[in-house]
Design a protein around this ligand. Structure first.
Ligand SMILES: [Zn+2]
Length: 156
């Protein structure tokens, strides 16, 4: 995966957002043990980025956080379904691609604040991280995130 490939895979980014897109470390092994690639923006705390493969096509979206949950309450990430302290799960919104997005419309979902669900599920308790459990949880997570990205891409 090249920088150019990554940059051109964004479906809902403005020119400005693309210009300032911070690159994740693009090492060879980046897709190993990772159903999707998520990273946050050190320079703009509210911004995050999510990339995943749909067949041979890389698709990426810009997301932004809007507030956090009340501390002290456990929350569940809508992608990996891990239950976490509420401060570690955030409401992220993604501007729709196309006209709807230009009109300011967006869609939201709760995701692990770090946008690193693939790591979160691999750090779970031993009985949750057997190869078959990881395959099941990883597959279900990929389906959910694919569905979310499809929603963002929907131009209707
Ligand atoms: Zn998660």
């Amino acid at each position: 995966m090249t920088e150019e490939q990554l940059r051109s895979s964004f479906i809902n980014a403005t020119d400005d957002e693309l210009r300032r897109l911070p690159m994740p470390g693009l090492r060879e092994s980046i897709w190993e043990e990772r159903e999707y690639l998520g990273w946050r923006d050190m320079q703009a705390a509210q911004l995050g980025y999510v990339s995943l493969w749909q067949g041979s096509e890389l698709v990426s979206i810009v997301v932004r956080t809007s507030g956090s949950l009340r501390p002290g309450i456990a929350a569940m990430c809508s992608m990996c379904h891990s239950t976490q302290p509420a401060t570690q799960v955030r409401l992220f919104t993604a501007r729709f691609a196309g006209k709807k997005g230009l009109a300011g419309s967006s869609v939201g979902t709760y995701i692990c604040e770090s946008l690193s669900c693939p790591m979160v599920i691999r750090r779970a308790a031993p009985h949750m991280t057997t190869p078959s459990q990881l395959e099941r949880r990883g597959g279900a997570m990929l389906e959910r995130i694919t569905r979310f990205v499809a929603k963002v891409a929907d131009e209707s």
